[in-house]
Design a protein around this ligand. Structure first.
Ligand code: FUB
Length: 454
């Protein structure tokens, strides 16, 4: 992880600045009362006040999120789901195509602005240029070391003009496949970093919370680039388990060349937030090791007797006892446990002596991506399918609800489910966001239909 960003500009050094994520408005430093907004998809600096129309306020509100091209920088998502980006040196908003050029064009690195508390936004892929207003339109101009340029390119991060209309995702930005768990009385969330064409992301972040509402971003916990020799891309579906004071992150990875089949790895750390290091220097499950299905979407369930089990697979579901080192197993003992309707994203937990096997059905690009489950009497089953328990809610604009995880609030029978959905609005199967809702049981132990909420 980059500890900080130092943008060196012709003749002047700019200090990296940290932005609060979440909904914000950006006010001009030298034209107070004027804010960054989009009009007909083009960036402008326009007056906004309490008397402005709702549309103007919406157009002047952005959600500050994890940079689409780099976690050290930021992207700005408009209320319609599109992102602020530069094109032909103009600022405008566009839908995220997920390709590297778009992601870079839509990523800005914050440096200190001209007055205390203000920021200036340097382009990620043209670091010598900054967002600047000129004739009240927004441009990406080459930095000039003048007082006029510095103030034209400085903005105060203000309260959002558009009121919040729903809870929004659990964490701002594009994150999928959330693994929600608890260590030492604190909730931890490990998602896939989303927003990449073909899900080609390369790093994982860790988040933590005491209340499932306010989350701390602990930054990058594992990055395939520098940290994993055998995987370059497809940083998917992290799952973390603890044993003897150490934390094990199970993950999927693909190689840019050579063996292109996805493989599973395991990394280890002394803290739940990392940094994690590749425990083996090779895959835990090779892409060609078992015939049928893809080696992705691992998760670990630890039973009351301390025995841990590894589950994984797409197309074919597999399970095996993990050795006590948490980084090896006996390949001869691997069982196939594919339930009817299974596609991917296995999750296992236990409640009142009943084992619950859960999984996702259909393709993550489909609005019908959904969660189903079975119950059983052991970590290997036998399993009885109970049906679909979480699915789209079109009347609320919620689609593609799947790849979930489950956690119990300590000392209670209160359960929560974290899952991803198409980002609301304007998301799709590669622009997904993480949500958390309650999961409740009937008296016979079956799971009540989960109502996904905004
Ligand atoms: O996020 C990449 C892939 O999409 C995951 O591995 C699957 O479970 C699906 O959510």
């Amino acid at each position: 992880m980059a500890a900080g960003l130092l943008v060196v500009l012709s003749g002047s050094a700019a200090q990296a600045a940290t932005l609060p994520v979440g909904a914000r408005s950006l006010e001009s430093v030298n034209h107070p009362g004027r804010y960054v907004r989009h009009l007909d998809y083009v960036g402008r600096l326009d007056p906004v006040s309490s008397g402005s129309t709702t549309q103007t306020k919406l157009d002047a509100t952005f959600t500050v999120v994890n940079g689409l091209a780099s976690p050290a920088c930021y992207s700005f998502q408009a209320k319609n789901g599109q992102f602020l980006r530069h094109r032909d040196w103009r600022l405008r908003i566009d839908a995220n195509s997920g390709d590297p050029i778009f992601r870079a064009d839509a990523t800005f690195c914050a440096v200190e602005g001209s007055v205390a508390g203000s920021v200036s936004l340097a382009s990620y892929n043209n670091p010598g240029r900054r967002i600047r207003h000129r004739d009240f339109t927004l441009w990406l101009d080459a930095y000039q070391d003048t007082a006029a340029f510095r103030t034209d390119s400085s903005f105060r991060i203000a309260a959002p003009w558009a009121p919040k209309t729903n809870r929004g995702p659990a964490i701002p930005g594009l994150f999928a496949d959330p693994h929600l768990t608890m260590f030492n009385g604190r909730y931890y969330l490990y998602p896939t970093t989303d927003g990449y064409a073909s899900w080609s992301g390369t790093y994982y972040k860790a988040f933590s919370s005491t209340d499932l509402v306010n989350w701390t971003d602990h930054g990058v916990s594992l990055d395939h680039g520098p940290d994993v020799s055998w995987a370059d891309n497809s940083a998917w579906a992290p799952a973390v388990a603890a044993r003897n004071g150490r934390y094990y992150l199970y993950f999927s990875g693909g190689a840019a060349s050579g063996n292109t089949a996805k493989q599973l790895g395991v990394a280890v750390a002394d803290s739940p937030t990392g940094p994690f290091r590749d425990a083996l220097g090779r895959p835990l499950v090779r892409g060609d090791q078992f015939s049928g299905g893809q080696a992705i979407d691992s998760m670990v369930f630890s039973d009351d007797d301390g025995q841990s089990y590894l589950y994984w697979g797409q197309g074919v579901a597999r399970a095996v006892r993990l050795n006590t080192d948490m980084v090896s197993f006996d390949p001869a003992q691997v069982r196939t446990i594919t339930p009817p309707g299974f596609n991917e994203a296995l999750f296992v937990f236990k409640r009142n002596s009943t084992y619950y096997l859960m999984w996702s059905e259909n393709d993550t690009r489909s609005e019908d991506y959904r969660v189903a489950y079975a119950t059983g009497t052991s970590p290997f089953g036998p399993w009885t399918k109970r049906g679909v328990v979480l699915q789209k809610r079109l009347e609320a604009g919620i689609k593609g609800t799947g790849h979930h995880s489950v956690v119990r609030a300590p000392g209670t029978d209160t359960w929560y489910v974290a899952y991803h959905r198409f980002a609301v609005p304007a998301g799709n199967g590669t622009n997904r966001e993480t949500a958390i809702d309650r999961m409740e049981f009937n008296s016979d132990g079956t799971i009540r239909p989960i109502v996904p909420t905004l």
